[in-house]
Design a protein around this ligand. Structure first.
Ligand code: PLP
Length: 389
């Protein structure tokens, strides 16, 4: 295999301080090789030629794959630009990545602090951790309330902004308090993406995310990743991936890497429209509980503006009743009634239909896509009008 497909050669160094768009289009590309593609295609291989002593990097497809290597480099470059020693590992999904950190770092008798308003699968994770004899404490994301329950914890799990409530906590403050008590800190960076927030720079030990959402942005790939600086901790995460086998297919990994090239374009467009939409919703009397961390008067804005560079594409709000929310969603023409978020096509859903989140029946989580902002806002305002009693 040539260097370009093994990923053994790093791409040309980017100029110091290169912007997000420049980094996004070049992240993880191998050194140019004449007659080779810019981004080598997916390597479909369960095993690799391996005569003699079984030395890496590529032996068996559950352990390593050249397509992952390039994507992992790209993710590390985006999560921790210019930082040496940061490693990234890709997974089959966000939950695979999250589980790999929790289950590789915690032992029976340990205590972990989770948010009580985070991703809806966390309660399932909690129940599983408890069956292994791990104590789980929870507290809300807002007001840095996790600080109150840190004593004796081995690991602090942060999700900011939280999904779906969009509360924000001060990562630096929480990380300092956790480290002072000897605890590791992981941040779920799904909603912000690495262009919105860089948890490792804010002091976290792990930045973990679902790549299914805005990172890949087309609603056609499931993916997750873990990045971290502590070699020993990352070795345990890698070992967990090997044991559980929650690995991405080469096609998914390649599609994700290809999608990263447009990350800055998508994020800037979607996030700007999210702010425009939030501003339009603010004027509507039937809308309550409007949340967007980029709105200057949002309760999260002050903390968000200190640690985030972009505020995400998700806006959440509450309509007076479940029926009103259902009629509103039904009336939207440019917005698919679907779960997940971050895609180029806008989606929205009544979050209460899942039953997992502590939200009112009329609560809507709205993910802003890449449509023309005026078209999208007009569609939303029309659907609001038409759904009135
Ligand atoms: C979607 C999501 C996850 C889970 O990711 P999958 O790729 O669906 O496994 C985890 N955390 C947050 C904040 C999410 O939005």
């Amino acid at each position: 295999m040539s260097d370009s497909t093994t990923g053994a050669g790093h791409g040309p160094a980017l100029p110091d301080g290169a912007g997000d768009g420049t980094r996004a289009v070049r992240a993880g590309l191998p050194e140019p090789v004449k007659h080779e593609p810019t981004l080598p295609g997916p390597v479909f291989a369960a095993h690799f030629h391996l005569p003699g002593d079984p030395t890496g990097p590529y032996t068996y497809g559950r352990d390593e794959n050249p397509t992952w290597t390039l994507l992992e480099r790209a993710v590390a470059e985006l999560e921790a630009p210019g930082q040496d020693g940061v490693e990234a590992l890709v997974f089959a999904s966000g939950m695979a990545a999250i589980s790999s950190v929790l289950f590789s770092q915690l032992r029976a008798g340990d205590t972990v602090v989770l948010p009580n308003d985070g991703y809806q699968a966390l309660p399932l994770v909690r129940a599983q951790l408890e069956t292994y004899g791990i104590e789980v404490r929870t507290a809300p994301t807002g007001g840095d309330a996790q600080l109150e329950v840190l004593d004796g914890a081995k690991l602090l799990w942060i999700e900011t902004p939280s999904n779906p409530g969009l509360d924000v906590c001060d990562v630096r403050r929480l990380a300092e308090a956790a480290h002072a008590r000897g605890a590791l800190v992981a941040v779920d960076n799904t909603l912000a993406t690495p262009l919105g927030q860089r948890p490792l720079e804010l002091g976290a030990d792990f930045a973990v995310a679902s790549g299914t959402k805005q990172l890949t942005g087309h609603g056609d790939v499931l993916l997750g990743y873990v990045t971290g600086r502590d070699a020993e901790a990352m070795a345990a995460v890698r070992r967990w991936r090997k044991i559980v086998g929650a690995i991405p297919g080469p096609m998914e990994a390649w599609l994700a890497h290809r999608s990263l090239a447009t990350l800055q374009l998508r994020v800037d467009r979607q996030n700007a429209t999210a702010l425009t939409l939030a501003q339009a919703l603010r004027k509507r009397p039937e809308v309550t509980g409007l949340r967007y961390p980029g709105l200057p008067d949002d309760p999260s804005h002050k903390t968000a503006s200190q640690q985030m560079r972009r505020y995400g594409c998700v806006v959440s709000f509450t309509l007076p009743t479940r029926a009103r929310a259902d009629r509103f969603l039904d009336g939207l023409r440019l917005v698919d009634d679907a779960t997940s978020f971050g895609g180029v096509r806008s989606t929205a859903e009544r979050r209460g239909r899942w039953g997992g989140d502590a939200v009112p029946e009329g609560f809507v989580r709205f993910s802003v896509g890449a449509e023309d902002p005026e078209d999208l806002v007009a569609d939303v305002l029309r659907a609001l009008d038409e759904s009135a009693d």
